[in-house]
Design a protein around this ligand. Structure first.
Ligand SMILES: Cc1cc2nc3c(=O)[nH]c(=O)nc-3n(C[C@H](O)[C@H](O)[C@H](O)COP(=O)(O)OP(=O)(O)OC[C@H]3O[C@@H](n4cnc5c(N)ncnc54)[C@H](O)[C@@H]3O)c2cc1C
Length: 455
Protein backbone atom coordinates (compact mmCIF):
# COMPACT_ATOMS: atom_id res chain seq x y z
CA UNK A 1 0.00 0.00 0.00
CA UNK A 2 1.40 3.41 -0.76
CA UNK A 3 -0.09 6.28 1.16
CA UNK A 4 0.60 9.91 0.38
CA UNK A 5 1.30 11.84 3.56
CA UNK A 6 1.35 15.62 3.60
CA UNK A 7 2.44 17.97 6.39
CA UNK A 8 -0.27 20.62 6.91
CA UNK A 9 -1.10 19.34 10.42
CA UNK A 10 2.41 18.45 11.54
CA UNK A 11 2.84 19.25 15.24
CA UNK A 12 -0.89 18.94 16.03
CA UNK A 13 -1.59 16.29 18.68
CA UNK A 14 -5.03 14.75 18.22
CA UNK A 15 -6.75 12.17 20.44
CA UNK A 16 -9.64 10.07 19.14
CA UNK A 17 -12.12 8.28 21.43
CA UNK A 18 -13.49 5.13 19.78
CA UNK A 19 -12.06 2.75 17.20
CA UNK A 20 -15.06 1.86 15.04
CA UNK A 21 -15.12 2.72 11.34
CA UNK A 22 -15.52 6.42 12.23
CA UNK A 23 -12.61 6.65 14.65
CA UNK A 24 -10.31 4.59 12.42
CA UNK A 25 -11.20 6.84 9.46
CA UNK A 26 -10.44 9.89 11.58
CA UNK A 27 -7.06 8.47 12.59
CA UNK A 28 -6.24 7.81 8.93
CA UNK A 29 -7.52 11.08 7.41
CA UNK A 30 -5.65 13.19 10.00
CA UNK A 31 -2.42 11.16 9.93
CA UNK A 32 -2.40 11.54 6.16
CA UNK A 33 -2.21 15.32 6.77
CA UNK A 34 0.76 14.87 9.12
CA UNK A 35 -1.06 15.10 12.50
CA UNK A 36 0.19 13.18 15.52
CA UNK A 37 -2.84 10.96 16.24
CA UNK A 38 -3.54 8.59 19.14
CA UNK A 39 -6.77 6.60 19.12
CA UNK A 40 -8.16 4.86 22.22
CA UNK A 41 -10.60 1.98 21.86
CA UNK A 42 -12.06 0.49 25.02
CA UNK A 43 -12.46 -3.03 23.57
CA UNK A 44 -9.44 -5.37 23.76
CA UNK A 45 -9.31 -5.62 19.96
CA UNK A 46 -10.61 -3.77 16.91
CA UNK A 47 -13.75 -5.62 16.00
CA UNK A 48 -17.03 -5.07 14.16
CA UNK A 49 -20.15 -7.08 14.85
CA UNK A 50 -22.44 -7.98 11.96
CA UNK A 51 -21.31 -8.73 8.44
CA UNK A 52 -21.87 -6.68 5.29
CA UNK A 53 -21.65 -2.95 4.71
CA UNK A 54 -22.81 -1.16 1.61
CA UNK A 55 -20.55 1.73 0.69
CA UNK A 56 -22.06 4.01 -1.94
CA UNK A 57 -19.92 6.17 -4.23
CA UNK A 58 -19.93 8.93 -1.60
CA UNK A 59 -17.85 6.59 0.60
CA UNK A 60 -15.83 4.88 -2.11
CA UNK A 61 -14.51 8.22 -3.36
CA UNK A 62 -13.01 8.85 0.09
CA UNK A 63 -11.46 5.41 0.32
CA UNK A 64 -9.86 6.15 -3.05
CA UNK A 65 -8.63 9.54 -1.84
CA UNK A 66 -7.04 7.85 1.20
CA UNK A 67 -5.17 5.46 -1.13
CA UNK A 68 -7.21 2.36 -0.28
CA UNK A 69 -9.01 1.68 -3.56
CA UNK A 70 -7.11 -1.46 -4.52
CA UNK A 71 -7.28 -2.89 -1.00
CA UNK A 72 -11.01 -2.44 -0.54
CA UNK A 73 -11.88 -3.62 -4.05
CA UNK A 74 -9.74 -6.69 -3.48
CA UNK A 75 -11.40 -7.44 -0.13
CA UNK A 76 -14.97 -6.59 -1.07
CA UNK A 77 -17.37 -7.06 -3.96
CA UNK A 78 -18.49 -4.65 -6.70
CA UNK A 79 -22.16 -5.43 -7.35
CA UNK A 80 -23.50 -4.90 -10.85
CA UNK A 81 -26.85 -3.46 -9.81
CA UNK A 82 -29.20 -2.75 -6.95
CA UNK A 83 -32.60 -4.35 -7.36
CA UNK A 84 -35.68 -3.46 -5.39
CA UNK A 85 -38.28 -6.24 -5.53
CA UNK A 86 -41.72 -6.58 -4.02
CA UNK A 87 -41.53 -8.94 -1.04
CA UNK A 88 -44.96 -10.45 -1.68
CA UNK A 89 -44.58 -11.21 -5.40
CA UNK A 90 -40.72 -10.97 -5.78
CA UNK A 91 -41.26 -8.98 -9.00
CA UNK A 92 -38.60 -6.32 -9.70
CA UNK A 93 -39.89 -2.78 -9.20
CA UNK A 94 -36.69 -0.74 -9.61
CA UNK A 95 -33.23 -1.72 -10.84
CA UNK A 96 -30.35 0.69 -10.43
CA UNK A 97 -27.47 -0.14 -12.74
CA UNK A 98 -23.99 0.47 -11.30
CA UNK A 99 -22.30 0.37 -14.75
CA UNK A 100 -20.51 3.01 -16.82
CA UNK A 101 -23.17 5.73 -16.64
CA UNK A 102 -23.44 5.43 -12.85
CA UNK A 103 -19.68 5.53 -12.41
CA UNK A 104 -19.35 8.60 -14.59
CA UNK A 105 -22.26 10.34 -12.91
CA UNK A 106 -21.01 9.80 -9.34
CA UNK A 107 -17.29 9.48 -9.98
CA UNK A 108 -17.06 6.26 -8.00
CA UNK A 109 -18.11 2.62 -7.75
CA UNK A 110 -20.65 0.98 -5.43
CA UNK A 111 -18.92 -1.39 -3.02
CA UNK A 112 -20.08 -4.01 -0.55
CA UNK A 113 -17.55 -5.23 1.98
CA UNK A 114 -17.39 -7.24 5.18
CA UNK A 115 -17.34 -4.84 8.14
CA UNK A 116 -14.36 -6.45 9.77
CA UNK A 117 -12.41 -6.33 6.48
CA UNK A 118 -13.06 -2.61 6.09
CA UNK A 119 -12.15 -1.90 9.71
CA UNK A 120 -8.91 -3.90 9.44
CA UNK A 121 -7.92 -2.05 6.28
CA UNK A 122 -8.58 1.34 7.90
CA UNK A 123 -6.76 0.38 11.12
CA UNK A 124 -3.70 -0.93 9.23
CA UNK A 125 -3.61 2.13 6.97
CA UNK A 126 -3.89 4.52 9.93
CA UNK A 127 -0.96 2.75 11.61
CA UNK A 128 1.05 2.87 8.40
CA UNK A 129 0.35 6.61 8.18
CA UNK A 130 1.83 7.00 11.67
CA UNK A 131 -1.18 6.93 14.00
CA UNK A 132 -0.99 5.10 17.32
CA UNK A 133 -4.03 2.91 17.94
CA UNK A 134 -4.46 1.63 21.49
CA UNK A 135 -6.90 -1.03 22.70
CA UNK A 136 -8.30 -1.59 26.18
CA UNK A 137 -8.44 2.09 27.11
CA UNK A 138 -11.68 3.86 27.92
CA UNK A 139 -11.92 7.61 27.43
CA UNK A 140 -13.72 8.99 30.48
CA UNK A 141 -13.87 12.69 29.68
CA UNK A 142 -11.98 15.74 28.49
CA UNK A 143 -11.25 19.10 30.11
CA UNK A 144 -10.79 21.99 27.72
CA UNK A 145 -8.18 24.66 28.46
CA UNK A 146 -7.18 27.79 26.54
CA UNK A 147 -4.36 26.04 24.71
CA UNK A 148 -5.61 22.48 24.40
CA UNK A 149 -7.47 19.65 26.05
CA UNK A 150 -6.67 17.20 28.84
CA UNK A 151 -8.15 13.78 28.06
CA UNK A 152 -8.91 11.46 31.00
CA UNK A 153 -8.37 7.74 30.38
CA UNK A 154 -8.80 4.46 32.21
CA UNK A 155 -6.85 1.32 31.33
CA UNK A 156 -9.43 -1.42 31.50
CA UNK A 157 -7.10 -4.28 32.38
CA UNK A 158 -5.95 -2.81 35.71
CA UNK A 159 -8.15 0.26 36.26
CA UNK A 160 -5.12 2.55 36.00
CA UNK A 161 -5.99 6.20 35.38
CA UNK A 162 -4.01 8.37 32.98
CA UNK A 163 -4.26 11.86 31.53
CA UNK A 164 -2.98 12.95 28.14
CA UNK A 165 -2.63 16.42 26.68
CA UNK A 166 -3.74 17.19 23.13
CA UNK A 167 -4.66 20.03 20.80
CA UNK A 168 -7.95 18.38 19.85
CA UNK A 169 -10.18 15.45 20.80
CA UNK A 170 -12.63 13.74 18.48
CA UNK A 171 -15.44 11.76 20.11
CA UNK A 172 -16.21 8.89 17.74
CA UNK A 173 -17.63 6.90 20.66
CA UNK A 174 -20.80 5.54 19.07
CA UNK A 175 -24.53 5.80 19.71
CA UNK A 176 -24.10 5.73 23.53
CA UNK A 177 -21.47 8.46 23.45
CA UNK A 178 -20.45 9.99 26.77
CA UNK A 179 -19.50 13.23 25.01
CA UNK A 180 -22.88 13.68 23.32
CA UNK A 181 -24.37 14.00 26.83
CA UNK A 182 -22.48 17.27 27.21
CA UNK A 183 -24.56 18.67 24.34
CA UNK A 184 -27.97 17.09 24.76
CA UNK A 185 -29.79 14.84 27.23
CA UNK A 186 -31.51 12.62 24.68
CA UNK A 187 -32.04 8.89 24.31
CA UNK A 188 -31.92 6.55 21.29
CA UNK A 189 -35.29 6.30 19.54
CA UNK A 190 -36.16 2.60 18.98
CA UNK A 191 -37.79 2.10 15.59
CA UNK A 192 -39.91 -0.98 16.41
CA UNK A 193 -37.89 -2.77 13.69
CA UNK A 194 -35.35 -5.46 14.40
CA UNK A 195 -32.59 -6.90 12.18
CA UNK A 196 -31.44 -10.49 11.90
CA UNK A 197 -28.24 -11.08 9.98
CA UNK A 198 -26.50 -14.12 8.55
CA UNK A 199 -23.69 -15.13 6.22
CA UNK A 200 -23.32 -18.42 4.37
CA UNK A 201 -21.30 -19.99 1.60
CA UNK A 202 -22.42 -18.55 -1.74
CA UNK A 203 -20.91 -20.82 -4.43
CA UNK A 204 -22.46 -23.92 -2.85
CA UNK A 205 -25.92 -22.34 -2.60
CA UNK A 206 -27.81 -23.53 -5.73
CA UNK A 207 -30.50 -20.89 -5.41
CA UNK A 208 -28.15 -17.95 -4.98
CA UNK A 209 -24.82 -18.87 -6.58
CA UNK A 210 -25.31 -16.51 -9.55
CA UNK A 211 -26.10 -13.47 -7.40
CA UNK A 212 -24.16 -10.42 -8.58
CA UNK A 213 -26.39 -7.64 -7.24
CA UNK A 214 -27.59 -6.08 -4.05
CA UNK A 215 -31.21 -7.22 -3.86
CA UNK A 216 -33.76 -5.75 -1.48
CA UNK A 217 -37.21 -7.34 -1.14
CA UNK A 218 -39.45 -4.69 0.40
CA UNK A 219 -42.87 -5.46 1.79
CA UNK A 220 -45.45 -4.78 4.47
CA UNK A 221 -43.73 -4.40 7.84
CA UNK A 222 -40.55 -6.16 6.71
CA UNK A 223 -37.75 -6.34 4.19
CA UNK A 224 -34.99 -8.75 3.24
CA UNK A 225 -31.58 -7.86 1.75
CA UNK A 226 -29.07 -10.09 -0.03
CA UNK A 227 -25.65 -9.41 -1.52
CA UNK A 228 -22.35 -11.20 -2.08
CA UNK A 229 -19.24 -10.46 -0.04
CA UNK A 230 -15.54 -11.43 -0.36
CA UNK A 231 -15.33 -11.90 -4.15
CA UNK A 232 -18.67 -13.64 -4.16
CA UNK A 233 -17.54 -16.37 -1.75
CA UNK A 234 -19.92 -15.32 1.00
CA UNK A 235 -23.63 -14.51 0.91
CA UNK A 236 -24.77 -11.73 3.24
CA UNK A 237 -28.45 -11.66 4.19
CA UNK A 238 -30.31 -9.24 6.44
CA UNK A 239 -33.93 -9.76 7.55
CA UNK A 240 -35.63 -6.73 9.10
CA UNK A 241 -39.17 -6.72 10.48
CA UNK A 242 -41.50 -4.80 12.76
CA UNK A 243 -41.91 -6.23 16.24
CA UNK A 244 -45.62 -6.52 17.17
CA UNK A 245 -44.72 -6.66 20.87
CA UNK A 246 -42.71 -3.44 20.70
CA UNK A 247 -45.50 -1.72 18.84
CA UNK A 248 -48.18 -2.93 21.21
CA UNK A 249 -46.26 -1.59 24.21
CA UNK A 250 -45.66 1.72 22.46
CA UNK A 251 -49.29 2.09 21.45
CA UNK A 252 -50.62 1.22 24.90
CA UNK A 253 -47.94 3.10 26.77
CA UNK A 254 -46.98 -0.07 28.68
CA UNK A 255 -43.52 -1.41 29.48
CA UNK A 256 -41.58 -2.57 26.41
CA UNK A 257 -40.37 -6.20 26.71
CA UNK A 258 -36.57 -6.29 26.73
CA UNK A 259 -36.40 -9.09 24.15
CA UNK A 260 -38.66 -7.42 21.57
CA UNK A 261 -37.97 -8.89 18.14
CA UNK A 262 -37.10 -12.29 19.63
CA UNK A 263 -37.01 -15.60 17.72
CA UNK A 264 -40.76 -16.23 18.20
CA UNK A 265 -41.54 -12.92 16.50
CA UNK A 266 -38.96 -13.63 13.78
CA UNK A 267 -40.66 -16.95 12.94
CA UNK A 268 -44.01 -15.17 12.46
CA UNK A 269 -42.71 -12.11 10.61
CA UNK A 270 -42.51 -13.34 7.00
CA UNK A 271 -45.67 -15.46 6.69
CA UNK A 272 -47.25 -12.91 4.32
CA UNK A 273 -44.21 -12.70 2.02
CA UNK A 274 -43.28 -14.85 -0.99
CA UNK A 275 -42.28 -18.45 -0.23
CA UNK A 276 -38.83 -17.79 -1.71
CA UNK A 277 -38.10 -15.37 1.14
CA UNK A 278 -39.54 -17.69 3.75
CA UNK A 279 -37.21 -20.40 2.46
CA UNK A 280 -34.15 -18.18 2.89
CA UNK A 281 -34.71 -17.42 6.56
CA UNK A 282 -33.02 -20.56 7.84
CA UNK A 283 -29.65 -18.95 6.98
CA UNK A 284 -30.07 -16.22 9.57
CA UNK A 285 -28.23 -16.21 12.89
CA UNK A 286 -30.71 -16.71 15.72
CA UNK A 287 -28.57 -16.04 18.77
CA UNK A 288 -28.34 -12.25 18.23
CA UNK A 289 -30.69 -9.68 16.80
CA UNK A 290 -30.34 -5.92 16.48
CA UNK A 291 -33.11 -3.68 17.77
CA UNK A 292 -32.90 -0.77 15.34
CA UNK A 293 -32.76 2.73 16.79
CA UNK A 294 -31.62 6.18 15.76
CA UNK A 295 -31.61 9.54 17.53
CA UNK A 296 -33.15 12.89 16.75
CA UNK A 297 -30.80 15.04 14.63
CA UNK A 298 -28.29 17.15 16.56
CA UNK A 299 -27.59 20.49 14.91
CA UNK A 300 -24.47 21.51 16.86
CA UNK A 301 -21.70 18.98 17.41
CA UNK A 302 -19.16 21.29 19.04
CA UNK A 303 -18.66 20.31 22.70
CA UNK A 304 -15.93 22.95 23.21
CA UNK A 305 -13.26 24.74 21.17
CA UNK A 306 -11.24 21.51 21.40
CA UNK A 307 -13.82 18.69 21.40
CA UNK A 308 -16.40 17.59 18.81
CA UNK A 309 -18.72 14.57 18.48
CA UNK A 310 -18.72 12.66 15.19
CA UNK A 311 -19.97 9.44 13.60
CA UNK A 312 -22.79 7.63 15.38
CA UNK A 313 -22.08 9.75 18.47
CA UNK A 314 -23.40 12.74 16.52
CA UNK A 315 -25.88 11.20 14.06
CA UNK A 316 -26.86 7.53 14.52
CA UNK A 317 -29.26 6.82 11.62
CA UNK A 318 -31.64 4.03 10.78
CA UNK A 319 -29.88 1.86 8.23
CA UNK A 320 -32.20 2.32 5.24
CA UNK A 321 -29.96 4.68 3.23
CA UNK A 322 -26.90 2.52 4.01
CA UNK A 323 -24.91 5.60 4.98
CA UNK A 324 -24.12 5.48 8.72
CA UNK A 325 -20.55 4.32 8.26
CA UNK A 326 -20.14 6.52 5.19
CA UNK A 327 -21.29 9.58 7.14
CA UNK A 328 -18.68 8.80 9.80
CA UNK A 329 -16.03 8.60 7.04
CA UNK A 330 -17.29 11.88 5.56
CA UNK A 331 -17.01 13.52 9.01
CA UNK A 332 -13.41 12.35 9.29
CA UNK A 333 -12.43 13.61 5.85
CA UNK A 334 -14.30 16.91 6.28
CA UNK A 335 -12.46 17.68 9.53
CA UNK A 336 -9.06 16.72 8.13
CA UNK A 337 -9.72 18.74 4.97
CA UNK A 338 -10.95 21.94 6.63
CA UNK A 339 -8.18 21.82 9.26
CA UNK A 340 -5.46 21.30 6.67
CA UNK A 341 -6.88 24.09 4.49
CA UNK A 342 -6.93 26.45 7.51
CA UNK A 343 -3.37 25.44 8.42
CA UNK A 344 -2.18 26.03 4.85
CA UNK A 345 -3.70 29.51 5.03
CA UNK A 346 -1.85 30.08 8.33
CA UNK A 347 -5.17 30.31 10.22
CA UNK A 348 -5.58 27.07 12.16
CA UNK A 349 -7.88 27.98 15.06
CA UNK A 350 -9.43 24.71 16.23
CA UNK A 351 -12.66 26.27 17.55
CA UNK A 352 -13.29 27.89 14.16
CA UNK A 353 -12.54 24.65 12.30
CA UNK A 354 -14.89 22.65 14.54
CA UNK A 355 -17.72 25.15 14.01
CA UNK A 356 -17.16 25.08 10.26
CA UNK A 357 -17.21 21.27 10.24
CA UNK A 358 -20.37 21.13 12.34
CA UNK A 359 -22.00 23.78 10.11
CA UNK A 360 -21.34 21.68 7.02
CA UNK A 361 -21.93 18.22 8.40
CA UNK A 362 -24.86 18.58 10.84
CA UNK A 363 -27.47 19.62 8.21
CA UNK A 364 -26.31 16.92 5.81
CA UNK A 365 -26.47 14.19 8.44
CA UNK A 366 -29.82 15.47 9.74
CA UNK A 367 -31.21 15.07 6.23
CA UNK A 368 -29.86 11.53 5.98
CA UNK A 369 -31.39 10.67 9.37
CA UNK A 370 -34.86 12.09 8.63
CA UNK A 371 -34.97 10.89 5.03
CA UNK A 372 -33.83 7.47 6.27
CA UNK A 373 -36.91 7.27 8.49
CA UNK A 374 -39.17 8.21 5.58
CA UNK A 375 -37.43 5.78 3.22
CA UNK A 376 -37.85 2.93 5.70
CA UNK A 377 -41.55 3.61 6.11
CA UNK A 378 -41.98 3.70 2.33
CA UNK A 379 -40.40 0.26 2.08
CA UNK A 380 -42.83 -1.16 4.64
CA UNK A 381 -46.22 0.17 3.50
CA UNK A 382 -49.16 -2.16 2.91
CA UNK A 383 -52.32 -2.28 0.78
CA UNK A 384 -53.01 0.51 -1.70
CA UNK A 385 -49.94 2.45 -0.55
CA UNK A 386 -47.79 -0.53 -1.52
CA UNK A 387 -49.24 -0.61 -5.03
CA UNK A 388 -48.70 3.14 -5.47
CA UNK A 389 -45.15 2.82 -4.08
CA UNK A 390 -44.40 0.05 -6.58
CA UNK A 391 -45.72 2.12 -9.48
CA UNK A 392 -43.70 5.15 -8.34
CA UNK A 393 -40.54 3.01 -8.22
CA UNK A 394 -41.26 1.62 -11.71
CA UNK A 395 -41.76 5.14 -13.01
CA UNK A 396 -38.46 6.30 -11.49
CA UNK A 397 -36.77 3.37 -13.22
CA UNK A 398 -38.30 4.27 -16.59
CA UNK A 399 -37.34 7.95 -16.32
CA UNK A 400 -34.16 8.36 -14.30
CA UNK A 401 -33.54 7.68 -10.64
CA UNK A 402 -30.42 9.89 -10.45
CA UNK A 403 -32.39 13.00 -9.34
CA UNK A 404 -33.66 11.11 -6.27
CA UNK A 405 -30.20 10.03 -5.13
CA UNK A 406 -27.85 12.82 -6.23
CA UNK A 407 -28.16 14.65 -2.91
CA UNK A 408 -26.92 11.52 -1.11
CA UNK A 409 -24.29 10.04 -3.41
CA UNK A 410 -22.95 13.16 -5.11
CA UNK A 411 -21.40 14.84 -2.07
CA UNK A 412 -18.02 16.39 -1.50
CA UNK A 413 -17.26 18.31 1.72
CA UNK A 414 -14.85 20.44 -0.32
CA UNK A 415 -17.88 22.18 -1.93
CA UNK A 416 -19.20 23.36 1.49
CA UNK A 417 -22.72 23.17 0.07
CA UNK A 418 -24.53 22.83 3.43
CA UNK A 419 -22.55 25.74 4.92
CA UNK A 420 -23.71 27.86 2.02
CA UNK A 421 -27.31 26.67 2.27
CA UNK A 422 -28.17 24.95 5.58
CA UNK A 423 -31.81 24.60 4.39
CA UNK A 424 -30.55 21.76 2.16
CA UNK A 425 -30.51 19.72 5.35
CA UNK A 426 -34.28 19.85 5.72
CA UNK A 427 -36.67 17.31 4.29
CA UNK A 428 -37.72 18.36 0.77
CA UNK A 429 -40.83 20.59 0.64
CA UNK A 430 -42.90 17.75 -0.89
CA UNK A 431 -42.52 15.84 2.39
CA UNK A 432 -43.50 18.69 4.73
CA UNK A 433 -46.76 16.97 5.68
CA UNK A 434 -45.05 13.68 6.45
CA UNK A 435 -44.73 12.65 10.10
CA UNK A 436 -42.57 9.76 11.34
CA UNK A 437 -45.01 7.01 12.32
CA UNK A 438 -43.52 6.54 15.78
CA UNK A 439 -43.82 10.27 16.50
CA UNK A 440 -47.44 10.10 15.39
CA UNK A 441 -48.21 7.10 17.59
CA UNK A 442 -46.70 8.80 20.64
CA UNK A 443 -48.53 12.07 19.87
CA UNK A 444 -51.92 10.39 19.48
CA UNK A 445 -51.37 8.15 22.49
CA UNK A 446 -50.37 11.09 24.71
CA UNK A 447 -53.33 13.10 23.36
CA UNK A 448 -55.55 10.10 24.26
CA UNK A 449 -56.69 9.92 20.65
CA UNK A 450 -56.30 6.17 20.58
CA UNK A 451 -58.83 5.29 17.85
CA UNK A 452 -56.74 7.23 15.33
CA UNK A 453 -53.54 5.32 16.01
CA UNK A 454 -52.36 3.50 12.89
CA UNK A 455 -49.32 1.28 12.80
C1 LIG B 1 -28.26 -3.52 10.50
C2 LIG B 1 -27.36 -2.37 10.15
C3 LIG B 1 -26.94 -2.21 8.84
C4 LIG B 1 -26.12 -1.13 8.49
N1 LIG B 1 -25.72 -1.01 7.19
C5 LIG B 1 -24.93 0.02 6.84
C6 LIG B 1 -24.48 0.14 5.48
O1 LIG B 1 -24.80 -0.71 4.64
N2 LIG B 1 -23.68 1.21 5.15
C7 LIG B 1 -23.31 2.15 6.08
O2 LIG B 1 -22.59 3.10 5.71
N3 LIG B 1 -23.70 2.05 7.37
C8 LIG B 1 -24.49 1.02 7.78
N4 LIG B 1 -24.88 0.91 9.07
C9 LIG B 1 -24.48 1.94 10.05
C10 LIG B 1 -23.04 1.78 10.53
O3 LIG B 1 -22.80 0.45 10.96
C11 LIG B 1 -22.74 2.75 11.68
O4 LIG B 1 -23.33 4.00 11.43
C12 LIG B 1 -21.22 2.94 11.83
O5 LIG B 1 -20.59 1.70 11.98
C13 LIG B 1 -20.90 3.88 12.99
O6 LIG B 1 -19.52 3.94 13.19
P1 LIG B 1 -18.89 4.74 14.43
O7 LIG B 1 -17.42 4.50 14.36
O8 LIG B 1 -19.38 6.14 14.44
O9 LIG B 1 -19.52 4.07 15.73
P2 LIG B 1 -19.31 2.60 16.33
O10 LIG B 1 -19.18 1.58 15.26
O11 LIG B 1 -20.39 2.40 17.33
O12 LIG B 1 -17.92 2.68 17.08
C14 LIG B 1 -17.76 3.30 18.34
C15 LIG B 1 -16.53 2.67 18.99
O13 LIG B 1 -16.20 3.43 20.14
C16 LIG B 1 -15.87 2.55 21.19
N5 LIG B 1 -16.13 3.33 22.41
C17 LIG B 1 -17.32 3.73 22.91
N6 LIG B 1 -17.17 4.50 24.00
C18 LIG B 1 -15.82 4.58 24.20
C19 LIG B 1 -15.03 5.26 25.18
N7 LIG B 1 -15.60 6.01 26.14
N8 LIG B 1 -13.69 5.13 25.11
C20 LIG B 1 -13.11 4.37 24.13
N9 LIG B 1 -13.82 3.72 23.19
C21 LIG B 1 -15.15 3.83 23.22
C22 LIG B 1 -16.77 1.35 20.99
O14 LIG B 1 -16.27 0.20 21.62
C23 LIG B 1 -16.76 1.25 19.46
O15 LIG B 1 -15.72 0.43 18.99
C24 LIG B 1 -25.71 -0.17 9.46
C25 LIG B 1 -26.11 -0.34 10.79
C26 LIG B 1 -26.92 -1.42 11.14
C27 LIG B 1 -27.30 -1.58 12.57
Amino acid sequence: MSLTITDELTGQKIVIAGGGIGGASGALALSLRGADVTLYERAPEFKEVGAGLQIGPHGVKMLEKWGLKDKVFEAGYLPERMQFRDAITTEPILTMDFGEEFQQHYGGRYLVIHRSDLLSILVEAAKEAGAELVNGVQVLGADTKDDGVTVRLEHRADGRAEQVEADLMLAFDGIHSVFRKELVQDEPVPSAYVAYRGTSDLPSDPEMKDLKDVVGYIGPRCHFIQYPLRHGQLLNQVAVFQSPRYLEALTNGTEVPEDWGNNDEFRQAYGHTHEFLQGRLHHMWLDTWWQMADREPLMDWVVSDRVIVMGDAAHPPLQYLASGAVMAMEDAECLALYASQAASDGELVWGDVLREVSGERAPRCARIQTTGRFWGELWHVDGLSRLIRNETFRQAGRASWFPYVDWLWDYDAERREYLQDPAKGELPAELKEWEYNLHKIARLRDGKDEEQITV
